[in-house]
Design a protein around this ligand. Structure first.
Ligand code: ADP
Ligand code: G6P
Length: 458
């Protein structure tokens, strides 16, 4: 079997503190790679003091060798904060209004991709399979090809791919499309993203689908497909069962005794629809006075990308809103919203999911959303909770038979779904949960990894 070399910007390398990484890419890839082993190269998360980042730092853990590089402060600013998180992220999440195009940042993005290619090159053997992840590193294969590498190189995009009218507002859209054509296989989360991609190729006569999962563009032929990322379903279910007896989970249980629990778990990101969700919760309470003092909404939201102005602004907005809702609805013996700004360890997270009667997952746009899948896997089969899920999450395409699908922009509709979820009879809850769980047991993260790699080497 060929050696697998994974490259991603964010790498969940072992830390002394053993902190859990929030973010679907790190969580899912770690689970996938732990079984197969290989090299995982990426950014250390640190910026070097001077213009010359030191040598790669190599650490082994189990079957994985982590190879991490620092970046300069300028690189982090232009490539990560500037282009990846202020252009590609908003554009791919359909937020044209938030994209900030700066020439410096665009140049920085391509420069850092070249730098990654040069750092990676000495590690590579001719028969390595290279698998590049996410929007930070789209031009990486083109750089490696220019350096003469003939390896199989695949790319997987963890976030949505937008329609042509959205993508084409980005000044460097052509270079980005060009970058994708340098891979042997380009993977998206859903068939919808794949269709958008094909539409982008067609719109400017850049290329087209030529059948059998193949595309042609910029004089290249490459494969494209949809591969929905997932979780370690069986292991996570087992984890959640055990976590129920964890003392922190028991304390949480005690604290919501005689009350229903609604849980939301997201990085603090504008794509997650947290403010609309708080509005919907408020509307639900106002519309359903019988639930007053009988329900707690727990929102666990670690800070994310705080150096980016839109994220910093959001920290204030959400904190103020949670305070306002509590002020408006709370009573001397009831705090409706518990808002936590931290990461939680995975066993506790799993136990809290299991405790909650409702998993409220309402992104405005999301590539997949692993929280939705984790919530389902964590449930007690005898007495499962209900997943209220945005139709704009990739996960909705897989879980639509069991979840209550909502339009997160429709506050009244989401409030009604909450009422329906909390009043749902046991039999219907079990039936809906079973459908989702059966799907997730088959379509877990190992299957995702295998399907992608099979197609990459085929
Ligand atoms: P994204 O990748 O956009 O952050 P996902 O829902 O796909 O969204 O993945 C988020 C991952 O991060 C999940 O595995 C989730 O368990 C984890 N996560 C999110 N918030 C927290 C938190 N507060 N503490 C620990 N893990 C978290
Ligand atoms: C999403 C992206 C990942 C990213 C994660 C956390 O899951 O798809 O690429 O790692 O968010 O964001 P961060 O900027 O902290 O890496």
């Amino acid at each position: 079997m060929s050696r697998l070399v994974i490259v991603s910007n964010r790498v969940p390398a072992p830390t002394k503190e053993g902190a859990a990484s929030a973010g679907g890419l790190a969580v899912a890839l770690k689970a996938a790679l732990e079984q197969r082993g290989g090299i995982w190269m990426g950014w250390s998360g640190k910026s070097s003091e001077n213009d010359e980042p030191g040598p790669l730092s190599l650490t082994e853990e189990g079957k994985i060798t982590y190879a991490l590089t620092d970046l300069t402060g300028k690189d982090v600013e232009e490539y990560y904060h500037g282009f990846a998180n202020r252009v590609l992220w908003p554009i791919c999440h359909y937020r044209l209004d938030l994209a900030e195009y700066g020439r410096k940042e665009m140049a920085g993005y391509f420069r850092v991709n070249r730098f990654f290619a040069h750092r990676l090159a000495p590690l590579l053997r001719p028969d390595d399979i290279i698998w590049v992840h996410d929007y930070h590193l789209i031009p990486l294969a083109a750089e490696l090809r220019q350096m003469g590498f003939k390896n199989r190189i695949g790319f997987f995009l963890h976030i949505p791919w937008p329609p042509a009218d959205v993508l084409y507002t980005m000044p460097v859209h052509e270079e980005i499309m060009h970058g994708l054509a340098a891979y042997d296989l380009v993977g998206f989360q859903t068939d919808h993203d794949l269709e958008n991609f094909a539409g982008c190729l067609r719109r400017e006569d850049m290329g087209d689908a030529i059948g059998d999962g193949r595309f042609t563009a910029h004089g290249k032929v490459f494969k494209g497909g949809a591969y929905g990322i997932s979780i370690e379903t069986a292991a996570f279910a087992e984890f959640a069962k055990k976590a129920s007896s964890h003392h922190l989970v028991q304390r949480a249980r005690q604290s919501v005794k005689d009350r229903d629990l609604i849980i939301g778990v997201d990085r603090l990101d504008y794509s997650k629809g947290i403010t609309q969700r708080l509005d919907a919760f408020e509307r639900f309470i106002v519309n359903n006075p019988a639930h007053q003092r009988k329900v707690t909404y727990l929102q666990i939201t670690p800070k994310s990308r705080s150096e980016v102005p839109e994220y910093e602004q959001m920290q204030r907005t959400v904190a103020e809103q949670a305070g306002r809702v509590n002020g408006a609805l709370g009573t001397v013996d009831w705090v409706p919203v518990r808002y936590i700004n931290r990461s939680v360890s995975r066993p506790i997270l799993a136990g809290l999911y299991r405790l909650a009667e409702v998993g409220l997952v309402t992104p405005l746009r999301d590539g997949m959303n692993l929280v939705a899948k984790e919530y389902v896997a964590a449930q007690d089969p005898e007495d499962p909770g209900v997943l209220v899920l945005s139709r704009f999450a990739g996960a909705a395409r897989e879980l639509k038979k069991g979840a209550l699908l909502v339009n997160p922009y429709d506050i009244e509709g989401t409030a009604n779904a909450l009422a329906r979820a909390l009043n749902m009879p046991l039999e219907e809850r079990q039936e809906r949960w079973r459908k989702m769980m059966d799907h997730l047991l088959v379509h877990d993260v190992s299957r995702w990894c295998q399907d992608f790699l099979d197609d990459l080497v085929a």
